[in-house]
Each structure stands twice: as structure tokens, then as C-alpha cells.
Design a protein around this ligand. Structure first.
Ligand code: NAD
Length: 379
């Protein structure tokens, strides 16, 4: 089968996240990288496009040129990934969707709830996909967690604890570093800092694994480095629509916690936990029984976890492969749409525009709660 054409906006040389998209999109043979506007500097965008093997005519100077030229081609790209800074996501995703392209947008999908609602409505109106890169949901063992919860293995879920706390914003000298300073400037970063940078992933995972939505929040935002205008620490309590009690801790001040993304889910008859730094293992403790370590690749895992697996047990898979799972899902869904077929239900597990919208709604409620002395705010 002919591969789907894939294009990348942002994610250029030296960017934090570009490599994982370029590598992840290739792994399962669904997409071919054929067009890009990968750098804000047109010269670098061209040079890097050539270095990545794109045809000269498809190394675009900016995303507007890419959109104008691609939309008139018969072999146009079918999926455009937007991996630019946050403030540009809404404008670029909107323009591509309205021109008939499917979009895979980096998180946070938008800066405001209004923008998120706009993308949701455009997606509904045009039928174009606007997926959001909560890439950690592509890990096989995260899919195993979701399957176990859905299967009732834990019973009703009482508590979910989501953490994304590392030391990445802990150096006070970074106040002078332009690459860090903008994150705490509301005119560039928007309504929140560490909550949209990191916490948003953990919140989405809590929803993804429990199959629930957040209904209300009470948040305490901290400024460990006093000069910062936006929070570098957030401890929140939340409630979910099936009564689950939620906890989120996200921080940039947690020196020593390298990445610090962990999810724990506690039900009536069992508990599970997973951490991103050991993504191939998941811990499962049935009530009153010893803890078991489930290994990625094991033939006892759920169909969804096995589906996201690629190599044999004991050979570690990592973050690029988690991103690749989302690309594979999207590829399957786009092919099914093109052929007028129904996609596999599990291919539809990729984070969609409604998930992107829900996340921004939660962040806005957290900001409001923190401003109101941690009062409970409905989402
Ligand atoms: P970065 O600053 O390292 O790189 C941004 C890239 O986009 C650069 O190559 C820059 O030249 C290019 N760029 C900027 N404006 C552009 C424009 N208008 N047109 C084309 N290219 C443009 O940023 P980053 O850390 O890679 O973050 C990019 C996005 O990815 C952010 O939204 C961030 O939140 C998100 N991100 C997601 C994850 C994840 O796990 N999903 C991880 C890190 C970053």
C-alpha cells in the first residue's frame, strides 16, 4: 500500500521534540516524510529539509507557503504535525484543517479555551482530524493500564494520583536564560507555566487510563523562584465524573527527579502504577496479594498493549516508539477514512481534539482556583 504523505511544521534542527516526531512517524511504515517548514528561519528550514531528504521544492520557507503549495498538489501531504511554540498552535492548526489537511498538534493544543473550542468546532465541521500529542499514551504499558481499568480488574476506581515533577526549572540563574524566561512570561506563555508544560500530560493520562473526565479542581500554585510571574509548582486536588478522587503534583523544582512522570491508580480490589523512566514495566497489586511486575511484550497483556508492542520482551522500548504508536493509530484511521471503512476501535485511542479541549478547560479552572485561594472550581 502507498504510504501517506506526512509534513512537519516546526521541530527543526536542535529543537527539543522534532527528532521524536521525525523518527516516530517512520517506524511503522504508514507515513512518508515529504514536506516541511521546520524552522522559523527560512534558510535553516531549507537546509534542514534537504538534510532530511526532502525534495527542494517541498522544503518550505514558512508554514503559509507550505499550506498554499501543498493544497494544490495531487500528492499533497495527508497529515501535518505542528511542533512549533505553543502560541502558534491555534493559528497553524486552524489554517491547515480549513484547507483540508489532518493535523497532529503538539500540546498544549491552544493557549485559551476559546481557541480550543474553535479547533473543536472546525474539526467537527470539516471532518479533519486534530490529534494532540500526549505521546506518553502510546506506551504499551499505559495502554495496559487503561485496558485493566476498563476490564474492571481494579474494581471501581477510588483514587488516581498523577505526577509530572522534575528539576527542569529549578535553577534560579535561568531567570536570565531567554530559553527559560519566556515560559514564565504570561504574554508569551499564556495562563500557566509548568501546568501546561508538564502537568497537562499527567492530567490527560489520568483521564486516558480511567476513562473519565475531570469535573472540578482545587489548586495551589506556587512560585518557588519568587521572581517568576507564573507557577513553577502546582499541587491540585480534583474530582472525576465517576466519583474518582484525583491528585496532581506538577513541578519544575523537584531536583533529582529526572523526568518525574508517574501515574498511580487505586481501585476497590487492586492498584497499578507506572513511571516513564521505566516504561517497560508496570506494577499491579491485587488486594491482599503480593505485587506483580508486568513486562511489556508479555503474552499475558491486553490486546491493546500487545498491539502497541513491537519487539520482544526484555528489549526496552522507549519514547520514540510511544510517539510511533500515535502515528500508527493516526495512519490507520486516515487510511480507513480514505477508503470509507470503520477504523479499528483501538486505533481511535489517539488523543483527539476533544481531549485537547478538555485539558485546556482543566488548566483554566486550575488557574481560576489558584487565584481564588484554592477554592473548588467546576470544569
Ligand atoms: P523548541 O524551541 O526546541 O523548537 C521549536 C522549533 O519550531 C524550532 O525548530 C523553531 O525554529 C521552530 N519554529 C518556531 N516558530 C516556527 C514557525 N512559525 N514556523 C515554523 N517553525 C517554527 O521547542 P520544543 O521544546 O521542541 O517545543 C515545541 C512544541 O512541542 C511546544 O508546543 C511544546 O510544548 C511541545 N513539546 C511536547 C513534548 C511532548 O512530550 N509531547 C515535549 C516537548 C515539547
Amino acid at each position: 500500500m502507498k504510504k501517506l504523505g506526512w509534513g512537519l511544521v516546526g521541530g527543526g534542527e536542535g529543537s527539543q521534540i522534532g527528532f521524536a516526531h521525525r523518527a516516530g512517524s517512520k517506524l511503522d511504515g504508514k507515513f512518508q516524510f515529504i514536506a516541511g517548514a521546520m524552522d522559523v528561519d527560512p534558510h535553516k528550514a531549507f537546509e534542514f529539509g534537504i538534510a532530511q531528504g526532502l525534495d527542494e521544492e517541498r522544503c518550505y520557507s514558512d508554514w503559509q507557503e507550505m499550506l498554499e503549495k501543498e493544497k494544490n498538489r495531487e500528492d499533497r501531504v495527508q497529515l501535518v504535525t505542528v511542533a512549533t511554540p505553543n502560541a502558534t498552535h491555534h493559528q497553524i492548526s486552524k489554517a491547515f484543517m480549513e484547507a483540508g489537511f489532518h493535523v497532529f498538534c503538539e500540546k498544549p493544543m491552544t493557549m485559551t479555551v476559546e481557541e480550543a473550542k474553535d479547533l473543536l468546532e472546525i474539526s467537527k465541521k470539516t471532518g479533519q482530524i486534530c490529534a494532540v500529542n500526549y505521546g506518553y499514551t502510546g506506551y504499551p504499558m499505559v495502554r495496559q493500564m487503561r485496558s485493566m481499568v476498563a476490564n474492571g480488574d481494579l474494581g471501581a476506581i477510588r483514587v488516581v494520583v498523577a505526577e509530572f515533577a522534575g528539576g527542569f526549572m529549578a535553577d534560579a540563574k535561568d531567570d536570565e536564560n531567554p530559553r527559560v524566561r519566556w515560559r514564565f512570561d504570561p504574554t508569551q506563555a499564556g495562563m500557566a507555566a509548568v501546568t501546561v508544560d508538564c502537568g497537562i500530560h499527567a492530567l490527560h493520562m489520568a483521564c486516558f487510563v480511567t476513562g473519565q473526565k475531570v469535573t472540578s479542581v482545587s489548586s495551589d500554585f506556587g512560585h518557588g523562584i519568587k521572581s517568576r510571574q507564573l507557577e513553577d509548582d502546582n499541587l491540585s486536588a480534583f474530582r472525576m465524573n465517576q466519583g474518582t478522587i484525583g491528585r496532581l503534583w506538577t513541578s519544575g523544582l523537584a531536583i533529582g527527579r529526572t523526568h518525574g512522570l508517574t501515574l498511580q491508580v487505586f481501585g476497590e480490589v487492586g492498584g497499578i502504577r507506572w513511571t516513564q523512566e521505566q516504561p517497560n514495566q508496570m506494577f499491579w497489586t491485587p488486594l491482599n496479594q503480593p505485587t506483580q511486575i508486568l513486562e511489556r511484550g508479555g503474552n499475558y497483556l491486553s490486546e491493546a498493549a500487545q498491539r502497541a508492542n513491537r519487539i520482544t520482551v526484555g528489549h526496552p522500548e522507549g519514547m520514540v516508539m510511544a510517539f510511533a504508536s500515535l502515528y500508527r493509530d493516526l495512519g490507520e484511521v486516515i487510511i480507513a477514512m480514505n477508503e470509507g471503512n470503520r477504523p479499528d476501535e483501538m486505533a481511535c485511542w489517539y488523543p483527539n481534539v476533544e481531549d485537547g479541549y478538555h485539558s485546556i478547560e482543566i488548566v483554566q479552572a486550575m488557574v481560576e482556583s489558584a487565584k481564588g485561594g484554592s477554592a473548588w472550581v467546576d470544569v
